[in-house]
Design a protein around this ligand. Structure first.
Ligand SMILES: [Zn+2]
Length: 413
């Protein structure tokens, strides 16, 4: 991709309203654009990152037998009346009416819609278990829409739902999702901690949140300094001494919630009459679990955990491109252009994703933008580098001179 053709503009100054590094850097580097408070466009650079994160999640969901589907964003009022959440959901549902006066909400989550499908498509223990997921737009009536992608009104979410005949089936699958989540966050370059949590609006009997500890997080986690005990502050509120080891007091840390896993049990299936016939021919409510990850928040969290004072430092697995290519040379301008063009062609041919900075701007601007955008490897072609190309990893000080073949070998991995 030639930078001169890219639908993006980097800003020399960070946006004034941005409070957290991910918001500031993603806007400044041209990855996202704010349309209104809490409503963002993913520009091509941001969308490339999003798509890579999405693919990692999809692969891990498919690996635990999740079947992908797509549920509608518009949900009819009566469905949410059935679950009792039309009025009680917090924050209040975003609602709308069609021209006949029928009411809908813009769904913030899909337990109702999936339970409705469960009662239509599952009738016997022979149909169980079933696991389905979607990666789709969701809406939240957010009043404090600040912090860039961390707190928004419209967002992409992966939500997986599972149906089971018995508690053991649910427990086992919950563990599988738990492990899949750890793989997802690790593949995105993040160290996530599973925390016991209160289940809030979603409800159910048991849940964990996956947290990234960071000073900019809006969630709070109570942690023990002596053992590995971690709990949501609501859960830990009662005790100041660690309930697990009894040896130390709990300390509060700030964190970003990356995902959650819930054992819903019979909460929705009971009220919505989603039942199946067991082996003895008895009707029983389906046991359910639900498991979410917010994708925009995950993208922002990757930046919160991977940046310095010059810009972002993308892990190679989710970077918008593999390499950032620059040509510098005042003498022999024509030769240099030919050579850097050739390097760009060769890299492309080898399947390397390159952002080639061919803009008519100073080398200083190109180097600054390379650091800001944070693509893992910067390649410089110049008279000084002779037949070789300068290779430098973002986030490292040292550079080295490599041949084109060596570069292709390293980047193709
Ligand atoms: Zn402890």
């Amino acid at each position: 991709m030639r930078f001169s053709q890219l639908f993006a503009k980097t800003l020399r100054q960070p946006p004034r309203a941005a409070e957290v590094p991910s918001h500031r850097l993603l806007v400044q580097a041209g990855f996202i654009d704010q349309l209104a408070a809490g409503i963002f466009t993913y520009l091509p650079l941001g969308w490339r990152v999003y798509r890579k994160v999405e693919q990692i999640i999809r692969e891990e969901m498919d690996a635990i037998d999740g079947q992908e589907l797509s549920l509608p964003v518009l949900n009819p009022r009566q469905l949410w009346e059935e679950s009792g959440r039309w009025l009680s959901y917090t924050p209040p549902l975003l609602k709308t009416k069609d021209q006949h006066g029928h009411e809908y909400c813009l769904a913030p989550t899909h337990e109702e819609a999936i339970t409705d499908l469960g009662r239509k498509l599952i009738s016997s223990y022979k149909d169980l278990p079933k696991m389905v997921y979607q990666i789709q737009d969701k809406f939240r009536n957010e009043t404090r829409a600040t912090g860039g992608l961390l707190r928004v009104k419209e967002f992409m979410m992966k939500d997986l739902y599972s149906f089971h005949a018995d508690q053991k089936g649910l427990d086992d699958y919950y563990q599988q999702v738990f492990q899949a989540y750890q793989k997802i966050f690790a593949r995105c370059g993040l160290k996530a901690h599973a925390v016991e949590a209160a289940s809030g609006s979603i409800g159910g009997s048991f849940c964990h949140e996956f947290m990234l500890f960071t000073p900019t997080g809006e969630d709070q986690v109570a942690g023990c300094s002596q053992c590995d005990y971690l709990a949501n502050v609501e859960v830990a509120k009662e005790s100041t001494v660690c309930p697990k080891c009894q040896k130390a007091t709990l300390k509060i840390k700030t964190a970003i919630e990356l995902g959650h896993v819930f054992k819903l049990g019979e909460k929705y299936s009971q009220v919505m009459k989603a039942e199946y016939l067991d082996q003895d021919g008895h009707k029983k409510p389906l046991l359910m679990g639900c498991y979410g990850i917010g994708l925009g928040r995950l993208v922002a969290a990757i930046v919160e955990a991977n940046h310095d004072n010059r810009g972002m430092i993308w892990p190679a697995t989710v970077a918008p491109f593999d390499a950032y290519l620059i040509g510098v040379d005042r003498v022999n301008q024509a030769n240099r252009v030919n050579r850097v063009d050739r390097v760009n062609q060769e890299l492309k041919k080898a399947g390397v994703e390159v952002l080639y900075d061919d803009r008519e701007v100073s080398a200083g601007v190109k180097f600054a933008d390379a650091d800001l955008i944070g693509i893992p490897v910067r390649l410089v072609v110049s008279a000084k580098t002779g037949d070789k190309i300068e290779w430098k990893k973002r986030g490292e000080k040292k550079s080295q001179l490599l041949s084109l073949e060596e570069i292709i070998q390293s980047l193709k991995k």
